[in-house]
Unconditional design. Structure first.
Lengths: 350, 389, 168
């Protein structure tokens, strides 16, 4: 196995390419986070029989620049740190949450060759890194010197750590079917299969009904819990815990938590589309003229839209009910699903 | 207060026993908190998420209403009564003018009685909409809140046409009303009734029968009827515990005996009788009954002069005391007025329903989770204005 | 309809209850002695004939020579109301608490203490409820004088509230 030598001159183009690509992806995700906040406000507004932002931005078109204005406002706000807070942890926490969420971007494929790095343990890396967010949240809750923030942090730790298991189990299905943890291999495996190459019924969502469908559903709901979205938004439940673990955060630190949440939404949706919906693959081969990243973003947006819609429709579950759902409903279901798919794969190897 | 005790053997031969005790955590919910419906401080003693004790602390909104009223003539007390329970101001006015009229021996005419009933019932609907909307908000459902407020806007428009105010009206005065109904108001009110009745199905589909909401609220904060009566709870809270008691039926005033409506009693449809879901659902169904009463009151309303029975001055008040209670959206409000013959009340005491309902919270909150405490507080539906006066 | 005055006198011969009848026909109150008050109320609560199972309201009235505490009891089964009055004659007189008979009396008695300074014996948690815990004075008394300072903050007197200040 060769070791990548970053100082060797023949590796320079790779390094430049990866830096440029990561810069582009990071920029895209930040812009996406801004757009997602705007989209959430509009969707929630129309669901609630009102308009939402309407004024900001040129031509006043439905307040498209509202998030920019809010982000600017947050940047200019006073940076308050509670007197008895643990300053180092307090300052470090948002960065850990941000980094933990965005680090997964390195392995998300936007096209057959458009990927940061095609790790051969791609899925494993994604799941592991996104669970380090827990450390940041715990730091935020503890360092705030606020009992309510501590409650939010404790609940969040329990929630995220528990829901890692259904996520991993449901992601194991496509991994098992593709035979590889690498994202690119999983995408390639979704191109062939049923007669009709490159059509959408090759995607893992439709591959072995109903097992992969169940896996997708479990992954979707567990990912709602990972990103702290309603109905699992207990750690930041506004009506119970004021604002949960980020109660004491103001200004740019709060903005980092906020953007990290929306970026995480996209990343989780991106993983779902890559693994279950074929990622950058077009639904039919004659649509291949539309480039892969567009399909990727489109499919991720559909999932993000559903996530937003759910937030404004459903109430919140209680923390012990949340644990019950994870351990007594999702986990057995995911396990049974896994065993069923393994049986199917053994009996009808495809 | 130690809640857990562990004896841990230490040392190479496990002979030293070290005793570790846990302590309960004391934290304050409020006075600034999104879910306490006002400035209420609840001191919680918790062990992790389980609440051992919840002690409400009041007085953050105390505005010395009773002392102020001792220095004002009877008719000038009226705007202050609006500010008691600002979500149901018409009912507060109603509760005040009834005992004073009883003391002075004034009998108001039929038109005044019917209009008062319509205003009180419209305000009951508006207040229950707030209760339902904010209850959904406490449980995490953001959207029904806005639907309830959208419908409440229609009621506030009606009130604004009648009295000029959206939230605080001072509409009923002693012996009558401040002003008669404007042109076409009755038609608009009946139009609202037609618009509103199907909306209740919408709320039921969105919130009441929603599985997550039911899981959150059923079997949470069960209040047995004996405890409810012992704590002095009244109104929807008492009815949800199974006690069929409604002042509008059992001690009718202002013509309520003429109207045909049901008294909604909690039946434990989703859990036990007297849990938070029952308290919530009783309020939803009471809105339908209020619409019925409004329709009956407006049908056959006579054309009379409403200012015929308004007294000219309060110079000759009889000496004595009176206690009269009426049914507000939160329970029974009682005004105890002591008069010494002068134009100011000697003592005006308000027996506020939310004050007594709130005193049942420590009983309901024992050994519940913190998340449940929020649900329980929301189902009691307090308004701090009348708790603290 | 039982005449409660006769009923109480029969059960407690030395209590000498009196009806107080004022302006309105149906608003008469039963004046009871302070010392035996809780035993009389216990009889009214538990006795089969009486069974007043709910306490509606406890109100205090400052009658200058004494402070009158008014209890309004209610019987659900008979839809009957009874108003009791007890007098606290001076600063130090205590009224026995009826909290163990009617748990709803807990907060009402605390309010009477807060507003009038009447102490209730055997109350589980006798402290102020509406005013801050360290407030001086009992506001609803007729001879109440508002303190000028509270914890170092100056409380403006009424005349100062009403005086208009020039705008410049």
């Amino acid at each position: 196995m060769e070791i990548f030598n970053p100082l060797a001159p023949y590796n320079l183009p790779i390094i430049i390419w990866q830096t440029v690509w990561m810069g582009m992806v990071l920029g895209f995700v930040i812009v996406f986070a801004l757009v997602a906040v705007w989209l959430e406000r509009k969707i929630s507004a129309y669901a609630q029989d009102r308009y939402g932002p309407m004024e900001t931005g040129g031509w006043g078109f439905h307040g498209w620049a509202q998030t920019l204005a809010d982000a600017l406002k947050l940047l200019l706000k006073e940076d308050i740190i509670p007197a008895l807070a643990d300053k180092r942890l307090f300052k470090l926490a948002p960065y850990i949450v941000f980094a933990g969420s965005l680090g997964v971007l390195a392995v998300i494929p936007f096209g057959a060759n458009l990927i940061g790095t095609d790790l051969n343990i791609g899925v494993y890396y994604a799941v592991a890194l996104s669970s380090t967010v827990v450390i940041g949240i715990l730091m935020a809750g503890w360092a705030s010197n606020n009992k309510w923030a501590l409650y939010g942090a404790m609940r969040s730790a329990a929630q995220i750590v528990s829901y890692e298991i259904p996520i991993s189990l449901s992601l194991m299905l496509p991994v098992m079917m593709a035979g590889s943890l690498s994202f690119i291999d999983i995408i390639e495996a979704q191109r062939v299969g049923f007669p009709g190459e490159g059509y959408f019924w090759n995607w893992y969502l439709f591959r072995v009904p109903p097992f992969t469908f169940i896996a997708f559903i479990i992954y979707f709901w567990a990912s709602l819990a990972e990103t702290n979205r309603t109905p699992f938004d207990i750690p930041e439940s506004e009506s119970e815990l004021v604002a949960g673990y980020h109660t004491e955060y103001t200004g740019i630190r709060f903005a980092m938590f906020f953007l990290a949440e929306y970026a995480n939404m996209f990343i989780v949706a991106a993983i779902a589309t890559t693994v279950f919906l074929g990622g950058p693959l077009a639904p039919a081969p004659w649509l291949n003229f539309i480039p892969g990243p567009i399909w990727m973003v489109l499919k991720a947006m559909v999932i993000v839209f559903v996530q937003i819609q759910l937030r404004w429709t459903l109430p919140r579950v209680r923390v012990d009910q949340l644990m019950h759902i994870c351990w007594k409903v999702f986990l057995p279901l995911a396990l049974l699903n896994f065993i069923a798919i393994a049986t199917v794969a053994m009996l009808w190897p495809k | 207060m130690p809640v857990h005790e562990l004896n841990i053997p230490l040392g190479p031969s496990h002979d030293k026993i070290v005793k570790l005790t846990g302590e309960s955590m004391t934290l304050n919910m409020g006075p600034q908190h999104p879910s306490t419906h006002g400035v209420l401080r609840v001191e919680l003693h918790t062990d992790g998420e389980v609440v051992h004790d919840a002690i409400p602390h009041l007085g953050y909104l105390h505005r010395c209403f009773e002392k102020i009223c001792e220095g004002l003539p009877y008719n000038q007390v009226l705007p202050y009564t609006d500010r008691l329970d600002y979500c149901a101001a018409m009912n507060m006015n109603f509760g005040y003018v009834l005992p004073v009229e009883k003391l002075m021996g004034i009998q108001v005419g039929d038109r005044v009685q019917r209009i008062r009933v319509v205003m009180a019932e419209l305000n009951r609907i508006a207040s229950h909409l707030i209760a339902i909307g904010t209850y959904g908000l406490d449980a995490g459902a953001f959207t029904p809140f806005l639907y309830c407020f959208r419908d409440r806007e229609h009621i506030l428009d009606l009130f604004e046409q009648v009295s000029g105010g959206r939230l605080l009206y001072s509409y009923m005065c002693i012996g009558g009303l401040m002003a008669d109904l404007p042109e076409g108001w009755i038609a608009r009110c009946l139009e609202f009734c037609d618009y509103f009745e199907p909306k209740i199905d919408e709320y039921n589909n969105l919130l009441s029968y929603n599985k997550i909401f039911t899981e959150r609220t059923a079997n949470v904060g069960v209040l047995p009827p004996e405890v409810a009566i012992a704590c002095g709870c009244t109104g929807p809270m008492l009815r949800a515990s199974g006690v069929k008691w409604d002042l509008r039926k059992d001690e009718p005033y202002s013509g309520y005996e003429k109207y045909d409506f049901n008294v909604i009693v909690g039946e434990g449809a989703k859990g036990t009788v007297g849990d938070s879901w029952d308290r919530f659902f009783v309020r939803v169904l009471e809105m339908t009954e209020s619409v019925k009463i409004i329709r009956q009151a407006l049908a056959g309303i006579p054309e009379e002069d409403i200012s015929a029975t308004i007294p000219k001055n309060f110079m000759k008040m009889p000496v004595g005391d009176v206690y009269f209670r009426s049914e507000t959206p939160r329970g029974e409000i009682g005004f105890y007025i002591v008069s010494d013959g002068t134009k100011n009340p000697y003592r005006l005491k308000v027996r506020s329903p939310a004050f007594c309902n709130l005193s049942a919270v420590p009983y309901m909150a024992r050994d519940q989770l913190i998340a449940d405490l929020v649900i329980i507080l929301g189902s009691v539906d307090i308004v701090l204005g009348e708790v603290d006066r | 309809m039982i005449d409660w005055r006769d009923w109480v006198e029969e059960k407690f011969p030395d209590s000498k209850p009196e009806w107080i009848q004022e302006a309105l026909e149906d608003e008469k109150s039963l004046l009871l002695p302070t010392e035996q008050f809780d035993t009389i109320v216990r009889a009214l609560r538990l006795d089969d004939q009486a069974r007043f199972d709910s306490l509606h309201c406890i109100a205090g009235v400052d009658r200058k020579q004494y402070i009158e505490v008014v209890y309004i009891l209610f019987a659900f089964s008979r839809n009957e109301r009874l108003k009791l009055k007890v007098r606290a004659n001076n600063e130090l007189q205590e009224i026995p608490s009826i909290t163990e008979l009617y748990p709803s009396a807990d907060w009402h008695e605390r309010e009477i203490y807060d507003m009038f300074g009447v102490y209730f014996r055997n109350h589980p948690d006798m402290r102020r409820i509406l005013m801050p815990d360290d407030w001086e004075g009992h506001p609803l008394r007729k001879d109440y004088v508002q303190p000028e300072f509270y914890n170092g903050w100056r409380i403006a007197a009424e005349e100062e509230h009403r005086t208009a200040r020039p705008v410049n």
